[in-house]
Design a protein around this ligand. Structure first.
Ligand code: CP
Ligand code: NVA
Length: 301
């Protein structure tokens, strides 16, 4: 049967804890050079309509390591590129594959694919959310000895897919979140509303970076211009840059995180990006281990 992962809200707190625990086990096994073919004989399609380095490669390598076949589907080369519908495509892919990983523009497309698919669909980034990234990032945070139910994350920049997934994750896990964005760039209203309704954590939106970071354990940033939003200007985001002046206002010694790709000199300075307290490259590595745990959770459970 398996399960879809389209948004963070598809998961309960215990699901996230279970995936993170498993990511740790899989990371340890890999370090010991032990192989585990838990997905032996399976085939998974990766339908990516946007660029990707980390997500695509970590899923492809992870599938191979677990004994499964990864099939990359470039929409331009499939009949989707000539107008075949998502619904028909979903039915066809379901009859060949054991799972589909999709990176696309609108969340509706991923939803439509899952609606017509009889195999699990995993969202590898849409304009609305990037759930696999945030699960992997929670794994990275827990590796630093931080209690996932009791810390504060400050997100600076654009209220984009990463911000939305953190809003939902905060409500699910119970950690506190300060979203610091320019006016007009707040996270998605529906995701915010659902998180507020759950009421499990403090989620605030502020326009003042100093307020956001003051007591933060984690400072997180992402590109100012997400894929598909290239028409937006960067000027309005400049006060939200993560730089050493901003970090000097923190009362704790926060870790700095970035899902990458980074634009040094825009959302983060090179000095901060390349400093020892920036764990962006550990995050990138963990996408392999967390991705494998997500695959097992969605395809086997
Ligand atoms: N962080 C992330 O999703 O990177 P890619 O766009 O390279 O997959
Ligand atoms: N917000 C970024 C994330 C890239 C991993 C984007 O959607 O382009």
């Amino acid at each position: 049967m398996g399960r879809n992962l389209l948004e963070i809200s598809d998961l309960k707190k215990n699901d996230i804890k279970k995936i993170i625990r498993r990511a740790g086990e899989l990371k340890e096994l890999k370090k010991q050079g032990k192989s585990l073919k838990s997905l032996e004989g399976m085939s998974v399609g990766l339908l990516f309509e946007k660029q990707s380095t980390r997500t695509r490669l970590s899923f492809q390598a992870g599938l191979f390591q677990l004994g499964a076949q990864a099939i990359y589907l470039n929409p331009v080369d499939t009949q989707l590129g000539r107008g075949e519908t998502i619904a028909d495509t979903a039915k066809i892919l379901s009859s060949y594959l054991d799972g589909i990983i999709i990176r696309t523009y609108g969340q509706n497309k991923a939803l439509e694919l899952s609606y017509h698919s009889s195999v699990p669909v995993i969202n590898a980034l849409t304009d609305l959310e990037h759930p696999t990234q945030i699960i992997s990032d929670l794994f990275s945070i827990s590796e630093q000895g931080i209690d996932l139910e009791n810390f504060k994350l400050a997100f600076l920049g654009d209220g984009n897919n990463i911000a939305n997934s953190f809003v939902a994750a905060s409500a699910t896990m119970g950690f506190n979140l300060s979203i610091c964005v320019p006016p007009g760039h707040e996270p998605n209203a529906r995701v915010m509303g659902e998180a507020m309704e759950l009421g499990n954590s403090e989620i605030g939106v502020t326009y003042n970076p100093a307020d956001a970071v003051r007591d933060a354990d984690i400072i997180y940033t992402d590109v100012w211009i997400s894929m598909g939003e290239e028409r937006k200007g960067t000027e309005v985001f400049k006060p939200f840059q993560v730089n050493s002046k901003l970090l000097s206002l923190c009362s704790k010694n926060p870790f700095v995180m970035h899902c990458l790709p980074a634009h040094r000199g825009e959302e983060i300075t090179a000095q901060v990006m390349d400093s020892p307290f920036c764990i962006a490259f550990a995050q990138a590595e963990n996408k392999l281990h967390a991705g494998k745990a997500i695959l097992e959770f969605c395809l086997l459970d």
